[in-house]
Design a protein around this ligand. Structure first.
Ligand SMILES: Nc1ncnc2c1ncn2[C@@H]1O[C@H](COP(=O)(O)OP(=O)(O)OP(=O)(O)O)[C@@H](O)[C@H]1O
Ligand SMILES: [Mg+2]
Length: 498
């Protein structure tokens, strides 16, 4: 399916699984849809399964957005407790479209928790409380990280919420990242379980290629330890003055922590003239995007590094801000140069990126999809140097292969349906995404719990409220005391303390 048709289907408000090979433009299309939602003032949430994937689309993790955190399960009681937090409740209740990128790395049970929370928050038994849900990702890529004693991984399509959500599958078929036949053939062979002699012969070219030590490339490793070792070793080799940049954070501790976890720039960045770096943010005005590689060639008078990109542009790199906002109000931010050392990164972290040139060791792959993710980060086979490869690297999960056949068929059926529709209805109106049904609790029901809900505040109550705030009384206490919802207490405090 082409991106244009998939976009039309998204605009109609369906719940959609947006899938397709690496580089088919899933994330690109999400960004196009986000621009559409913004223009039409439809409220949306941009999230991803990991912090790093979230930074590619300017979002946050689904864990932090939904409030579920790292919980494996959430009882009704815990959900109610969570929804007592006005910020979370408001956020979940008012969103009309939820976007989750890189869903291959999300467990089925996590999607079910999100579903449960949203149903409670919105007082609706419709899937996800009635909001439109867009799940983007590719199950041939990396699966969710498993804890030691976890049961076998279940991808999100095995969740109860997926089954209930009447998900339409849009399988993107065009290729935008790989611009050359050899690499496209290798990647297609892997997906189609057709790895053969020819695939290996093509890959051999990549393993025989030697880059000279001065040539920039990102080294991809399966294990974290190798990454840190290589980066530190390479930096250490440079006999130049070190410059250290420390991340500055501001706001809610938990949110700044989440930002730090999701941000590829380190808390302490040490640079030297000659260091190989990678940009970890998009900044089209400045001339870099996430994944652009370059070398630090100097430092300016303010001690900011000057980076020369592979494309030959010189950029003075100044700090960028990563923040979490809500309703225009900033809740947390971190500030750092949008750079990291780029001699090496893990394959896991590279998922979602486009790299200029990569050297990879696939000799210790331990997960289906690792080899596919690594090889699919670049544009041509010439951009790859292969140091080693094991059997698992080119294998795909057999169940994913079966699923994929079904997804391709569902997408083709949808395309045909659309063609028939277009023949029958010449000018079909574009439907706005369905808006969530508002929670329809009657005032009488609310007053069962909060006897004074929606009554005007008296001066006496105002005085008493102010004095109790000074005594640092908690919101749940104040809610009980005044017989009003916690959100009402919050807004009265804001009004009185303005
Ligand atoms: N319609 C388009 N026009 C121009 N460039 C595009 C288009 N679609 C995608 N691209 C570019 O192709 C590259 C790959 O796109 P993108 O990262 O969205 O793919 P993806 O399907 O999300 O891949 P992955 O599965 O690796 O996350 C990016 O550099 C993106 O900017
Ligand atoms: Mg992507």
């Amino acid at each position: 399916m082409k991106q244009e048709l998939a976009l039309e289907i998204l605009k109609k408000g369906h719940n959609v699984f947006l899938t397709g090979p690496a580089g088919s433009g899933k994330t690109f299309l999400l960004n196009t849809y986000i621009a559409y939602l913004k223009k039409n003032r439809i409220s949306y949430a941009v999230t991803a399964s990991t912090g790093i994937a979230a930074t590619h689309i300017g979002g946050r993790t689904i864990h932090s957005w939904s409030g579920m955190g790292i919980k494996d399960q959430l009882s009704d009681k815990e959900v109610e407790k969570l929804l007592k937090k006005p910020l979370i409740y408001k956020r979940l209740a008012k969103t009309d479209v939820l976007i989750i990128d890189e869903v291959s790395m999300l467990h089925a049970y996590q999607l079910d928790i999100v579903n449960k929370i949203l149903r409670h928050a919105r007082g609706s038994w419709e899937p996800f409380g009635g909001m439109q849900v867009i799940l983007a990702g590719d199950f041939f890529q990396l699966p969710p990280v498993r804890k030691k004693n976890d049961l076998p991984t279940q991808f999100v399509d095995q969740s109860q919420s997926w089954k209930e959500s009447h998900i339409k599958v849009c399988y993107l078929s065009e290729q935008f990242r790989h611009t050359e036949d050899a690499l496209t053939t290798i990647l297609a062979d892997i997906r189609e379980k057709k790895v053969n002699k020819n695939t290996h012969t093509l890959l051999q070219k990549a393993s025989q290629k030697k880059l000279d030590s001065a040539q920039e490339r990102t080294r991809l490793y399966t294990h974290n330890l190798d990454v840190d070792t290589v980066n530190n070793r390479e930096l250490h080799k440079i006999k130049e003055q070190s410059f250290m940049y420390r991340m500055v954070s501001d706001g809610n501790d938990m949110l700044t922590e989440a930002l730090k976890n999701g941000c590829l720039a380190p808390e302490e960045l040490i640079l030297k003239k000659g260091a190989l770096v990678m940009f970890v943010r998009n900044n089209f005005d400045q001339g870099y995007v996430n994944g652009t590689i370059g070398t630090v060639i100097d430092f300016d008078e303010d001690r900011f590094p000057i980076v020369e990109t592979l494309g030959g542009e010189e950029i003075v790199v100044t700090p960028e801000v990563w923040m979490i906002e809500e309703d225009g109000e900033e809740l947390a931010q971190i500030k750092q140069l949008p750079l990291r050392l780029a001699w090496a990164i893990t394959i896991h972290k590279s998922q979602g990126m486009t790299l200029d040139r990569a050297e990879m060791d696939l000799g210790r792959c331990f997960e289906y999809g690792m080899g596919y993710v690594a090889l699919s980060r670049v544009r041509t086979l010439q951009d790859i140097t292969l140091l080693g490869i094991n059997d698992i690297a080119l294998q795909v999960n057999p169940t994913v292969f079966e699923k994929d056949q079904i997804f391709q068929k569902m997408s083709a059926d949808l395309e045909r349906e659309k063609e028939i529709d277009e023949k029958n209805i010449l000018s079909e109106k574009s439907i706005q995404p369905k808006r969530a049904k508002k929670k329809s609790t009657s005032l009488a029901e609310i007053r069962l719990h909060y006897p004074h809900a929606y009554q005007p505040w008296t001066q006496k109550e105002d005085r008493e409220l102010l004095s109790l705030i000074k005594k640092k009384k908690r919101i749940d206490f104040l809610s009980k005391k005044f017989g009003r919802q916690e959100s009402a207490i919050h807004s009265r405090i804001r009004k009185l303390t303005k």
